[in-house]
Design a protein around this ligand. Structure first.
Ligand code: HEC
Length: 307
């Protein structure tokens, strides 16, 4: 009885689900979602071909240093790196003295307290400090940026889909709004104060193009400083800030794979060893051999014995 009731309750649930699927499906086909400019003109990131990409990828220290230079000379005017400390620059191959000098000469000072008066003050950055925000707080940041907030860049390559390629594509993606877009969506004109960029989710970003021309930055290592190159280098640097231990993770991954391969081989060999006796082909002998069995049955029949 309980089973039958349970069956009908289940049937009721399935019925309700089917009805709702049917009505919603019908609604979708009667009023399909309106096409939007962001849906049709948004582009997926282009491949920045960073050396750190892929299973065996590793950071290129010289590129990270160039990327840091781009951050220092351009992006740090608006973006903080609040999860990265100056001392971590050692990883990029800078010497102790160089890191000290970089912290000491950083354009933005860090918040502090005047030891004599207790009043808020600022002081020069120390090697142990994180990269400071160029703005006192969010209100000041928005006031300076047309009410948009420049996000902290420490983890941006992890926070966006395909982040490293996204940063590269975003920085090189500024262009005029395509005429085709305006023809199809006359209301979607980029508002004043925003910039058209097909890699940004809603196509119109509040960040003015930070990389404007080739040669904007002068590289010390002689690499040709094109806009493309600057964008790749800062994408590499921001990949490092988001995951400074990427190199170690990848080499540890290979060691783990090697260990698993050896362990699997050992396990297979010991399995063969343990089951060797049990699995050996045994041919039936004595009364179990079908031939003997046949002979025995025949002899029994001859002598008139039953069974
Ligand atoms: C003049 C200030 C300014 C400079 C310089 C600047 N940005 Fe921005 N950035 C902004 C603002 C404002 C936003 C927020 C845009 C928005 O929400 O529409 C932003 C957003 C971003 C975003 C996030 C986009 C997203 O998906 O939300 C990234 C990534 C970024 N900037 C990278 C950089 C890099 C790299 C540089 C240096 C090459 C740089 N920015 C230089 C102001 C700046």
């Amino acid at each position: 009885m309980v089973r039958i009731i349970g069956f009908f309750v289940g049937l009721g649930f399935i019925g309700v689900l089917l009805i709702s699927l049917f009505t919603n499906g019908l609604d979708y086909f009667r009023n399909p979602p309106e096409p939007t400019a962001a849906h049709e003109f948004h582009k997926h990131p282009r491949d920045a071909e960073l050396p750190s990409a892929g299973m065996t990828g590793k950071f290129d220290q010289a590129q990270l240093q160039r990327g840091f230079q781009v951050y220092k000379e351009v992006c740090s005017a608006c973006h903080s790196l609040k999860f990265v400390s100056f001392y971590q620059l050692h990883d990029l191959g800078y010497s102790e003295a160089e890191v000290k000098a970089i912290a000491n000469q950083w354009a933005t000072e860090v918040p502090s307290v005047n030891p004599d008066t207790g009043e808020p003050a600022t002081r020069k950055a120390l090697v142990s400090d994180r990269f400071p925000s160029p703005y006192a707080n969010e209100t000041a940041a928005r006031a300076a940026n047309n009410n948009a907030l420049p996000p902290d860049l420490s983890l941006i390559t992890e926070a966006r889909e395909d982040g490293s390629n996204y940063v590269y594509s975003l920085l090189t993606g500024y262009t005029d709004q395509p005429a085709e877009l305006l023809k199809k969506f006359p209301d979607a004109k980029t508002p004043t104060g925003l910039y058209y960029n097909p890699y940004f989710a809603n196509l119109n970003i509040a960040m003015p193009p930070p990389l404007i021309s080739d040669g904007q930055i002068t590289y010390a290592d002689g690499t040709k400083s094109t806009k493309e190159q600057n964008a790749k280098d800062i994408a590499a640097f921001l990949t490092w800030t988001a995951e400074p231990t990427l190199d170690r993770r990848k080499s540890a991954g290979w060691v783990v794979l090697l260990f698993l391969a050896i362990a699997t081989t050992l396990a297979y060999l010991s399995y063969r060893n343990i089951w060797a006796n049990a699995k050996r082909q045994v041919s039936p002998r004595g009364p179990l051999d079908p031939e003997n069995r046949g002979r025995m049955d025949a002899a029994k029949a001859d002598q008139g014995v039953a069974g």
